[in-house]
Design a binder for this molecule. Structure first.
Ligand SMILES: [Zn+2]
Length: 972
């Protein structure tokens, strides 16, 4: 049925109306509170797909919700041309990389004739810029497009020059020699946005402890140089390729892979000769610290690409080494070799309370390790490393380090032996392998005379923490991750030799990279509107941006100086300069920044850092949303799986609102959500049903007659829905809003109609109540499914747009707890009876209900009250029995008290409070009133007795089983 419905015609209609009415164009309005929402501006190097849709849709839901709450809400958008993502993509296209060509023509639907053009980075960016923008319009994002810009606009570049000038003046730009993640193919630094799967290369420091044989060194990479006292042997991988190489002034034995890595870390390296591992193993080398001779042995767990491929073995304290020794003992070995292995005994060098002499052995047993390839060895290793680091003490067999705690011992040993040249350092990518977008594995490069933003500055970290302490985070659980990122960040390379973007103002060889020119641009949206509206005035700056002086930016964004000199130096009219300043003060700071959670350790933390040092406290970010990702039919989205649906195609296939709900409906904020065709189709049907219902309700009278208790029940449920939906959407828990307003409310409505029975003469309030439900529901859905909501709103005869209507407010007056409890009794009784019929397989002729006696109600209400006060059960029973009337009942009262006390303890406190407030229900009356309904539902005659009624019909003695809210039931 819904297939016939023209979603696109409807969407276009409302999108045009929004545009004509300028609903999404936001200017300052004095005395009206503002709300400023931003979402990360996209890289136009590909069309957006369903996965991107989540953050932007959520930002739009938030913007629309705040508009309905009466906030003057601004939601702008720009386009991020900077850096390597576009560059890399254009380059691969230019090289006719078959994978890229296929992606462009088959997935992105780019006409083949256009491919050559798109190999030029700017042209590619412009192409996808328009593509993404069209998609954002088609899905109905409420963006103020007057503020659109790109990061290669001359005036934006001027803004970034000003930004970097500020950082430099504050001493936060440094040059120096630092390790960075690096692509050896592209010959430049790589950050998260340059790698496949968007992985940030993490850099760690390892120590090289140099064992020696005949003047040739075997540098073993380790995180724990203090364990050199416990080394029993070295490990080499028998299948790896080892070389002897001249490294600076020494000769080293390392794997072939290590050579390239060392070269990138400022070593002069020449390969002297390739080696055969067979010639290396079983030989002896000298421990540089203990001077003991230890053998070199083969082990498969050694990775040739990790560290140097040479590993020192400390079987007492390293589970891998312990297990590799066990494995070696099971190998067929010659008698000489066997003798070497058998002679090896773990040497314990760290004392650790709670562990035996050989903790590695304990851990191997605890984790039930099979062999040295067992992945659980990583967990075992982590456990012992952490325990020893925090609680271990060096033993007597470690010479002058004996008695030291591990951190102290490590620092001292490194210091002592670095001086002698026996311990060196090497950087490694700790989350390797990280693959560059070009396909090469990233490594660590020591970058000389490179420009860095010094996020390692201690004072700056304090400011960033202050900002974090005051910010609202959704979900709140992400706070630790932010805090960790602030502490962990060090110098960040901020410029590249290639790519689109702004050149460093003081060193034009360098282009500011993408994660550095995108941290305060939210302020630029204010200026961008004026560039668009007064383009004639600003045109001269496009030709000569230098005329837009630092003075201008200092004044409009920081309030430094005075407007007058700005007008003099720039030639701008005073009116415009002051208007920009005023608008900035009105909208800034950003109230909510929307992003996906993978940007927490980089972009979002940079955003906090930069605002904290450049802007005064009242202009710093107020909120950040970091949402989870989107899965496709239960799978991670990936081009190779070909399960990526471009956003525009999704909208074309299913309609805008179903796609919007599809990316938000199945998971809470921080979790990954699953997008599936069946889900979107079912949402589409639901929305279509709402539209059809609204069409039927359009002519209903709006005047209320006297409300029946059922009407009041339905309106009370509606009021609850409003309250729950409001609480949920405030925290952007959109899944809950959808559940409540779409699904649960439907259940309530169908109960309401079922209870009313077939339609009568139209004298009841049914249509009026249904209309009120529909109207309120449209308003709740308006931020999430805005086109559908507009359609319903207008079908119901409302003038004006729902986008401008108010968010519904729950009212305490509309809560009708008594009616809800009464209706609960009817619903529960009907369900219980149904269960009995189902269990017995009977067809009932007559159903008899027995309602609880007065004394049971007395005890029940006392128990509810007691439950709320959280006192003990014994206490409660004493209290019941202290009532002389109840005590007269003796055992029956005591037994019921015990039972009810247990029931109540398991019940929800909100329910207890409501039932206490409601007090006693006239159950007999309620069930008699519902008798005709119950009879019709059950197809039987219904009779109701009070438990203590005289002349009661109770052939099976059921009446005594009656309890409050649980009448006893007899089926005949
Ligand atoms: Zn590369």
């Amino acid at each position: 049925m819904s297939a016939k419905f023209d979603w696109h015609a409807m969407e276009k209609k409302w999108q045009k109306k929004w545009e004509w009415a300028k609903v999404h164009e936001t200017d300052p309005i004095a005395r009206k509170p503002k709300y400023f929402v931003t979402a990360a501006y996209p890289y136009p190097n590909s069309p957006q797909h369903i996965g991107h849709g989540r953050s932007y849709t959520l930002a739009d839901v938030n913007a629309r919700y705040h508009r309905m709450k009466g906030f003057n809400t601004l939601f702008p958008m720009g386009f991020h041309y900077t850096g390597t993502p576009i560059f890399a993509m254009a380059k691969r296209l230019g090289e006719k990389d078959p994978e890229i060509v296929r992606t462009f023509t088959k997935l992105y639907m780019v006409p083949e004739s256009q491919l050559d053009q798109l190999a030029e980075p700017v042209k590619m960016a412009r192409y996808f810029h328009q593509e993404i923008k069209r998609g954002m319009m088609e899905i109905g994002f409420s963006i103020d497009w007057r503020r659109e810009f790109t990061t290669i606009d001359p005036i934006y570049s001027r803004f970034i020059e000003w930004h970097f000038g500020k950082l430099k003046a504050k001493g936060l730009i440094t040059t120096g020699t630092h390790p960075v993640g690096w692509c050896p193919n592209d010959n430049q630094p790589v950050g998260m946005h340059d790698t496949r799967g968007d992985v940030e290369p993490e850099i760690g420091e390892q120590f090289l402890v140099k064992f020696e044989k005949d003047g040739v060194y075997y540098p073993t990479a380790t995180l724990r140089p203090e364990t050199v006292f416990g080394v029993t042997n070295l490990w080499l991988n028998p299948d790896a390729n080892y070389v002897q190489a001249r490294v600076d002034a020494e000769e080293w034995v390392v794997t072939k892979e290590t050579v390239e890595k060392l070269r990138h870390q400022n070593h002069k390296v020449e390969i002297v000769k390739e080696l055969d591992t067979k010639d290396l193993v079983w030989k002896q080398v000298v421990n540089p610290v203990t001077k003991a001779q230890v053998p070199i042995l083969p082990a498969g767990f050694v990775e040739s690409g990790n560290g140097t491929g040479v590993v020192m073995s400390v079987p007492a304290h390293a589970p891998y080494d312990y297990q590799a020794l066990i494995d070696l003992k099971t190998q067929p070995l010659g008698s000489d070799e066997s003798a070497i292995v058998v002679a090896l005994k773990p040497v314990s060098i760290i004392r650790l309370d709670g562990f035996t002499e050989i903790p590695a052995a304990e851990l191997v047993e605890k984790f039930a390790i099979r062999d040295q390839k067992d992945p659980r060895l990583d967990d075992a290793t982590k456990e012992i490393y952490s325990a020893e680091f925090h609680r271990g003490i060096m033993k007597e067999n470690t010479g002058s380090y004996s008695g030291m705690a591990i951190p102290e011992a490590r620092a001292t040993i490194v210091l002592d032996y670095s001086r002698l040249g026996s311990i060196g350092k090497m950087y490694e990518i700790t989350n390797r392998p990280v693959i560059c977008r070009c396909g090469w594995e990233c490594l660590v490069h020591i970058f000389e005379n490179q420009w860095f933003i010094n996020y390692g500055d201690v004072e700056w970290k304090k400011l960033a923490h202050e900002s974090l302490d005051r910010i609202v985070l959704l979900p709140e659980e992400s706070r630790n991750e932010f805090s960790y990122a602030i502490d962990w960040l060090k110098e960040k390379a901020c410029a590249r030799k290639v790519g689109l973007g702004t050149r460093l103002p003081w060193d034009k060889d360098w282009v500011i990279e993408a994660l550095s020119d995108s941290v305060i641009y939210m302020a630029y949206y204010i200026l961008a509107k004026y560039l668009c509206q007064n383009w004639i005035t600003f045109r001269k700056f496009e030709k000569d941006p230098s005329r837009l002086t630092d003075q201008f930016f200092n004044y409009v964004f920081l309030g430094e100086g005075d407007g007058n000199p700005v007008c003099v130096t720039t030639g701008l009219p005073r009116g415009i300069v002051e208007a920009v300043r005023k608008e900035f003060l009105y909208f800034y700071p950003v109230d909510m920044r929307h992003s996906a959670k993978d940007l927490i350790p980089n972009h979002l933390t940079f955003y906090l850092f930069q605002h904290s040092v450049l802007f005064p406290p009242e202009r710093r970010p107020k909120g950040i949303v970091a949402n989870g990702f989107v899965m496709m039919e239960g799978m991670k989205m990936s081009k190779s799986l070909e399960n990526i649906i471009p956003l525009r195609q999704g909208v074309a296939n299913y309609g805008a609102d179903p796609v919007r709900m599809g990316v938000l409906a199945t998971a809470e904020l921080g979790q990954d959500t699953d997008f599936s065709q069946s889900l979107v189709v079912s949402i589409q049907e639901r929305l279509f049903n709402l539209i059809s219902q609204a069409r039927k309700l359009r002519r209903t009278r709006q005047k209320r007659g006297k409300l029946s208790s059922l009407d009041r029940w339905m309106l009370s449920q509606l009021n609850r829905t409003v309250r729950d939906a409001s609480n949920s959407i405030e925290k952007l828990r959109v899944r809950e809003v959808i559940n409540r307003a779409l699904y649960q409310l439907d259940n309530d409505l169908s109960w309401y109609q079922r209870r009313l029975g077939p339609k009568k003469t139209g004298k009841d309030n049914r249509s009026m109540v249904m209309r009120e439900v529909m109207e309120t529901r449209a308003r709740i859905l308006a931020p999430i499914a805005p086109h559908t909501a507009e359609q319903i709103w207008s079908l119901l005869g409302n003038k004006g747009l729902i986008a401008r209507a108010r968010w519904p407010e729950a009212s305490i007056k509309a809560d009708d707890s008594r009616v809800e409890q009464e209706e609960f009794l009817v619903r529960q009784t009907l369900e219980d009876t149904g269960e009995i019929l189902k269990a017995t397989g009977m067809t009932a002729k007559q159903v008899v209900y027995y309602t609880a006696s007065d004394w049971k109600w007395q005890i029940y209400l006392k128990a509810l009250d007691y439950g709320n006060k959280e006192r003990g059960q014994g206490d409660f029973i004493r209290k019941v029995m202290s009532d002389p009337e109840l005590r007269k009942l003796g055992r029956a009262a005591a037994e019921y008290s015990v039972k009810v006390a247990q029931q109540i303890r398991r019940s929800h406190s909100g329910l207890r409070k409501e039932r206490v407030a409601t007090g006693r229900l006239s159950e007999k009356q309620i069930l008699e009133d519902a008798g005709r309904f119950l009879g019709a539902e059950l197809g039987a005659k219904v009779r109701v007795w009070g438990e203590n009624d005289s002349g009661i019909y109770d052939p099976k003695g059921r009446a005594r089983l009656a309890e409050p809210y649980r009448p006893a039931i007899l089926v005949e």
